[in-house]
Write a protein that binds this ligand. Structure first.
Ligand code: SF4
Length: 219
């Protein structure tokens, strides 16, 4: 979906930024623990307004009790609430998880759909969750824009947008498709470890000489 012709100067700058992020975060990878698309889908729904670490503490017992969509579809949301209480918003999340799994069983033969349309038709699954599942469970290039990706990409200058949707579109235009998924992880790791919301550690940032925000601030 490349719609913009990028200049040589821009692509050279962008490649240096991506190389710098790769060097700073060689361990960038999904932090949610999962072993199949079902587990990633449920973990991603649980991760809204919750840390990946907390989700990872929660899911082993949940997946032991409900190992797949068929088992989860038979549950009542109230049963699930007890397992996911510590992830916050447990009432809605339990409702969405059970409802999504019932849809997976009834409309998708018990398999998590591997296309955007199917995923986004499930309860509790918006574009960001669909992107996470597409890229990490099915290997479909996608850039899920969460709060870190939004902030960091707009600070660096990889995007210049006021909304999540526009940021995703610009990142898809500006970053080569084969790097979308890993760039998403680099930007998340950078946001968590270095370019934090309130006090970005620019002194530790390996791309500060390339960063538009750093240039603007003058330090
Ligand atoms: S230089 Fe500072 S603002 Fe720019 S990406 Fe690095 S940490 Fe963030």
């Amino acid at each position: 979906m490349r719609m913009k012709k990028l200049t040589k100067k821009y692509t050279a700058w962008r490649d240096s930024v991506l190389d710098g992020l790769a060097a700073q975060h060689p361990d960038a990878a999904p932090e949610l623990v999962f072993s199949n698309p079902y587990e990633l889908l449920i973990a991603t729904i649980l991760s809204a307004q919750c840390t990946d670490k907390q989700v990872n503490k929660t899911t082993p017992a949940l997946f032991a009790a409900y190992p797949g969509p068929k088992e989860m579809a038979k549950a009542e949301p109230e049963e699930i609430e007890g397992y996911i209480h510590s992830c916050g918003f447990y009432h809605n999340k339990a409702k969405n998880i059970v409802s999504a799994c019932r849809d997976i069983v009834e409309r998708f033969g018990g398999e998590v759909p591997s296309d955007r349309e199917g995923l986004e038709s499930l309860a509790g699954v918006g574009r960001k969750t669909a992107n996470v599942v597409l890229s990490n469970a099915f290997g479909v290039p996608a850039i899920a824009v969460d709060t870190h990706v939004f902030r960091v990409s707009n600070r660096i200058g990889l995007a210049d947008a006021g909304t999540v949707e526009a940021t995703e579109k610009q990142l898809m235009e500006n970053i080569p498709e084969d790097k979308w998924s890993i760039a998403h992880h680099w930007l998340i790791f950078h946001g968590r470890r270095v370019c934090s919301a309130r006090n970005p550690k620019c002194g530790e940032c390996m791309i500060r000489e390339l960063c538009r925000e750093y240039e603007k601030r003058g330090s």
